[in-house]
Design a protein around this ligand. Structure first.
Ligand code: SF4
Ligand code: SF4
Length: 164
């Protein structure tokens, strides 16, 4: 009989302990988000889709078509066409900067290879699509504008204040 009562006591004790834990978590600040209605605040170094931002000081991108990023890309995701002047000589800018995000693995190696901080991994991560063609983009033609803290962070990279 004593053993039977002891088991009932242990059961009630264990139930109360479990309910206590549940009650404690009811008043905790949630650590999850109701995505996609709620979006997370991403860290500056988050690696979303690659972009080629416009430098606010010049109104143009900073790419010189040196091709170092394309050579650094392990997946062949970048294809750059140099601009050609009226004299038929190549110019230090990209006429087309083809980025195939469909086979990009977001490794950041192209960004690290660029000596002019001309490209950056953006905060754009909702890139899923059923249209494979739409995964290819000419970054030089996009005239992507960075904003807020991401812009300040990118500008500081020109001065060597921030590593890639
Ligand atoms: S992030 Fe990596 S895979 Fe994507 S384009 Fe750059 S180097 Fe290539
Ligand atoms: S993005 Fe940078 S590394 Fe790539 S071609 Fe332009 S200047 Fe060169």
């Amino acid at each position: 009989m004593t053993g039977y009562l002891s088991e009932i006591y242990d059961g009630i004790k264990s139930l109360c302990a479990g309910l206590g834990v549940t009650l404690k978590h009811c008043f905790r600040k949630p650590i999850t988000l109701q995505y996609p209605e709620e979006k997370p605040a991403l860290p500056l170094r988050a690696r979303g889709r690659l972009v080629m931002p416009v430098d606010p000081a010049t109104g143009a991108n900073r790419c010189t078509a040196c091709l170092l990023c394309a050579k650094a890309c392990p997946n062949g995701s970048l294809e750059i066409t140099k601009a050609v002047g009226e004299d038929g000589k190549p110019k230090p800018r990209a006429a087309k900067y083809l980025y195939r995000s469909g086979n990009c693995m977001y490794c950041n190696l192209c960004v690290e290879a660029c000596p002019f901080a001309a490209i950056i991994m953006s905060d754009e991560y909702e890139t899923g699509t059923r249209d494979r063609e739409s995964l290819d983009a000419d970054l030089a033609a996009e005239n992507h504008e960075l904003k807020g803290s991401k812009l300040s962070w990118w500008l500081s990279k020109f001065k060597g204040e921030e590593p890639s």
